[in-house]
Design a protein around this ligand. Structure first.
Ligand code: GLN
Length: 446
């Protein structure tokens, strides 16, 4: 009730929620009370959380921040929601985001921009900007989010929160509206690594309903938090400290690296030579997959349908034209083009080859080091509207985060200081399935 009141009083300023599920929250909280009284409470019994509005929730509208799904009420929960419900969490609502998770500022939502609680003239990052802002504004202690090219880590960096994108396949994608299926991965945004570890432990599971779900044993990600990090080898990629990185952001990240040295870690200069190809490869692969995934929104099966269509073609054209925003339409056009006969080899296949080179860079790096660290974003939060007219400037926000998705690796962003009173994030990239180690490293620093 305290948090529901806080949301009601404060969220007008942040717009971090699309839907507040008061009734559901109160009934789940009552159930949690009964569980606690019975003495057999599950791990997260009574912990209030929110879900990004791309994640299906039974009986609760899941809009993906799009007019297209403004009226979509899923008849089932995503696997990760089922898992969290089983762990006892209380759902306060659904968080705002970029439409269909395409963006880095949470400005493309059909329900209006999200504002950064650190300065409401600035963006909170995106696409999971609502989840990050809600955690930063203390409206909720943790929230779910998704990351296709940086959408957990970049908003976490810009709002002083801790965000973790697990290894691809660690958390089931079943029930998450698909953006780019070979890159999409859900994860938690929380106040610190310990809380993120609790959430991840509940969210991750093997799921036969997602064919890319990894068959890993159920893991307690809090178990190694207190281990020493003496002797840890931290790779610092040269390419992440070059042109385009704001000098004060670089200084905060360097200061954090020094702290790790004090904790007994060793810094190793490394190279990820194909770094500059990550954005071009991503902006072929992600739109290509998106154009295929979003073909299901045809005005027939579900979602927005135009009024009085003349014929079938008019139904498709107007339903999609009216339902999708500008950035979503741009991605569908780019993706459809890249996949067309005659262009497939030149663009899509080439991008997949580049993706392999990028993955190889990490394989080689992890032969020398345990984790990789650098900035999460090139600079702190920018002002609302500053990059709306320039999609390429917006795409460059993810210059340090996208390669992690292309390689399927786990990545995380943790707070590492302020520049002009705005938060800066430190990015930690781990080896495959090495989330527990990353959380341990983050916890030791925090
Ligand atoms: N900003 C990137 C994009 O627009 C990444 C978004 C995401 O991770 N969902 O595609």
């Amino acid at each position: 009730r305290h948090l529901l009141t806080r949301i009601q009083q404060l969220d007008n300023s942040y717009n971090s929620f699309i839907t507040v599920t008061e009734e559901l929250a109160l009934s789940q909280a009552e159930a949690a009370d009964r569980h606690l009284a019975s003495g057999e409470a599950p791990a997260l019994c009574g912990v209030p959380i929110a879900h990004k509005d791309i994640i299906c929730t039974n009986g609760v509208r899941t809009s993906c921040a799009s007019k297209m799904l403004d009226n979509f009420i899923p008849p089932y929960d995503a696997t990760l929601v089922e898992n969290l419900n089983a762990a006892g969490t209380v759902t306060l609502g659904k968080t705002n985001m970029d439409e269909f998770a395409m963006g880095s500022s949470s400005e493309s939502s059909y329900y209006g921009s999200v504002k950064n609680p650190w300065n409401t003239r600035c963006v909170p990052g995106g696409s999971s900007g609502g989840s990050a802002a809600a955690v930063a504004a203390l409206l909720v202690p943790g929230a779910t989010a998704t990351d296709t090219g940086g959408s957990i880590r970049q908003p976490a960096a810009l709002t002083n929160t801790t965000g973790l994108k697990p290894t691809y396949g660690r958390i089931s994608r079943w029930g998450i509206v698909a953006y780019a299926s070979s890159l999409d991965q859900a994860g938690p945004i929380a106040r610190n690594a310990e809380d993120a570890a609790y959430l991840l432990s509940a969210m991750a599971s093997h799921d036969s309903k997602d064919s890319t779900s990894l068959d890993c044993p159920q893991t307690d990600f809090t178990a190694e938090l207190n281990n020493s990090i003496a002797g840890l080898k931290i790779g610092v990629p040269r390419e992440y400290f070059g042109e385009g990185l704001n000098a004060e952001t670089a200084a905060r990240v360097q200061a954090a690296l020094k702290e790790f040295e004090k904790l007994g870690a060793q810094l190793v200069d490394i190279s990820l030579p194909h770094t500059e190809l990550a954005i071009p490869a991503y902006y072929v692969i992600a739109p290509a997959e998106a154009s295929a995934n979003l073909s299901r929104f045809d005005g027939v099966r579900y979602g927005h349908r135009c009024i009085t269509p003349k014929d079938l073609r008019d139904l498709y054209r107007r339903s999609r034209g009216e339902g999708f925003g500008e950035e979503v339409q741009r991605r569908i056009l780019v993706g459809t083009y890249a996949l067309s006969a005659g262009y497939y080899d030149a663009y899509y296949n080439k991008a997949q080859q580049v993706r392999r080179l990028i993955k190889q860079d990490f394989v080689q790096a992890f032969e020398q080091v345990d984790v990789i660290m650098g900035p999460t974003t090139p600079s702190p939060a920018f002002e609302l509207g500053a990059k709306v007219a320039d999609p390429v400037a917006m795409y460059l926000e993810d210059i340090y985060t996208i390669a992690t998705n292309l390689a399927g690796l786990p990545g995380m962003s943790i707070p590492c200081g302020l520049v002009n009173n705005m938060p800066v994030g430190l990015q930690i990239t781990g080896n495959y399935l090495n989330e527990a180690r990353m959380l341990n490293i983050a916890h030791q620093y925090q």
